[in-house]
Design a protein around this ligand. Structure first.
Ligand code: ATP
Ligand code: MG
Length: 410
């Protein structure tokens, strides 16, 4: 038997309501802030991710689904920021009034070891805001993430932020980190040794316990907690924090927060939920002021985030059992079709027995699936009425065809 691939999952009808809720909430919350939805292709040129996500990242090094077609190397998107930036450049969005504010949702693909909260095909919803270098833009997108989570009933959140500084201040920080870590290289994991050359800040992102232990050493902590960011970056960060406070968004500064992608500068942030297990990050994002240029566009500041929808799904309340509003019980298919249309047009969910079985069988089915049985037998048809049976209370009323709709109380 052919089965779904490891790390992929069917979203079954009984689960789909939650997904529709997550999608509808995104549309609602982001539209109110005038963010517009964009849908980019599932596959792109491999080079887009190599350049856009960064070739020192786990994503590009280990996790991409890459294949050849007509001698072109293509990759299933592991994230959507690179694709959105490509579209921004390709469609000349830099000529539009700035900022350009976009959001997306959809499947992403990463070849990782599947575990709870970690799949190979998973979904993200995210926002990207182009053309504003202001700290208010950082605060706006963080606020949107929080409002989106609130809309889904999630309030128990931990928001961590950090500033990576600009390329200038990062250089100093990078050198200091390299110096202080040098004596410990042989004790750090293989990945950290690779990062040491390619992107030393990412060492701080390492999840290996023995590495984390090393970071606790006093001289390393001193560097980590040190003040490397330049006055401009510092002012930017202070403003972001002030705005978050004004927005009543509680946060903590986590100096170890560097995020897994290469393109971030200045503000980075993560939102965690205490209700998730070890994969407890639902949202990650930050500022990426050089990415548009890196991918061939004009210099354009930008800030955004992505949220994992599977992790979100496991946090939000499961919907109550979805019961049908009305089941029509009748032995006259033509009359049934008429009334079914009336009910559905009035906004009720309605079904009937396609096999036109006996009255008793149909009533049993109604009792199992619906809130109301609408009985439309010979008597009712002749008197131009229907009998409405409330299946919770067993109360039954006979009403005219003109007024029965108003008696249905869902
Ligand atoms: P992690 O540290 O959990 O691997 P990440 O830094 O790779 O996360 P991002 O690339 O920032 O994550 O993606 C943003 C969000 O997408 C994550 O916070 C998470 O909720 C979700 N996510 C990332 N990878 C997966 C995956 N393989 N399966 C399910 N959700 C994922
Ligand atoms: Mg990851």
């Amino acid at each position: 038997m052919i089965q779904a691939q490891k790390g992929t999952k069917d979203i079954l009808p009984q689960e789909v309501e939650n997904w529709q809720r997550m999608e509808a909430a995104a549309n609602k919350v982001f539209s109110k802030a005038n963010f517009k939805e964009i849908r980019t292709p599932i596959f792109e040129a491999t080079e887009l991710f190599a350049r856009g996500v960064g070739d020192s990242t786990d994503i590009v090094n280990k996790e991409m689904y890459t294949f050849e077609k007509s001698e072109r190397s293509l990759t299933l998107r592991p994230e959507n920021t690179a694709g959105v930036v490509r579209a921004y450049i390709e469609h000349g969005f830099s000529r539009l009034p700035q900022p350009v504010k976009l959001w997306y949702k959809g499947p992403m693909f990463r070849y990782e070891r599947p575990q709870a909260g970690r799949q190979r095909q998973f979904h993200q919803v995210g926002v990207e805001m182009f053309g504003s270098a202001e700290p208010a833009a950082d605060a706006e997108v963080i606020n949107l993430a929080v409002k989106y989570l609130n809309e889904l009933g999630l309030n128990d959140l931990e928001i961590e932020i950090n500033s990576l500084g600009c390329s200038e201040c990062r250089k100093n920080y990078r050198n200091a980190i390299k110096d202080v870590l040098k004596p410990y290289l042989k004790d750090l994991c293989e990945d950290c040794n690779f990062r040491y050359e390619k992107n030393p800040l990412r060492i701080l992102d390492c999840k290996v316990d023995s590495c984390k232990k090393i970071f606790e050493k006093e001289e390393i902590q001193k560097v980590i907690l040190g003040d490397f960011i330049c006055p401009d970056c510092k002012e930017h960060f202070e403003k972001v924090k002030e705005y978050l406070t004004a927005l009543n968004i509680p946060y903590t500064v986590n100096k170890l927060l560097v995020r897994g992608l290469d393109y971030y500068n200045r503000t980075v942030f993560e939102i965690k939920s205490n209700n998730l297990g070890s994969q407890n990050a639902v949202c990650g994002g930050g500022r990426y002021d050089s990415l548009v240029e890196t991918l061939g566009g004009p210099q354009t500041p930008a800030v955004g985030w992505a949220m994992g929808m599977e992790r979100l799904n496991s946090l939000i309340e499961k919907p109550a059992s979805d019961r049908l509003d009305v089941f029509v019980v009748s032995e006259n298919p033509k009359e049934t079709f008429k009334i079914i249309d009336e009910l559905r047009e009035a906004g009720y969910s309605a079904e009937f027995d396609y096999a036109n079985r006996k009255f008793k069988k149909q009533l049993d089915k109604a009792a199992k699936t619906a809130k109301y049985a609408l009985i439309l037998m010979e008597d009712e048809i002749n008197s131009n009425t229907v009998t409405l049976k409330n299946l919770d209370t067993s109360e039954q009323i006979n009403v005219s065809r003109q007024e029965y709709l108003s008696k249905i109380k869902i």
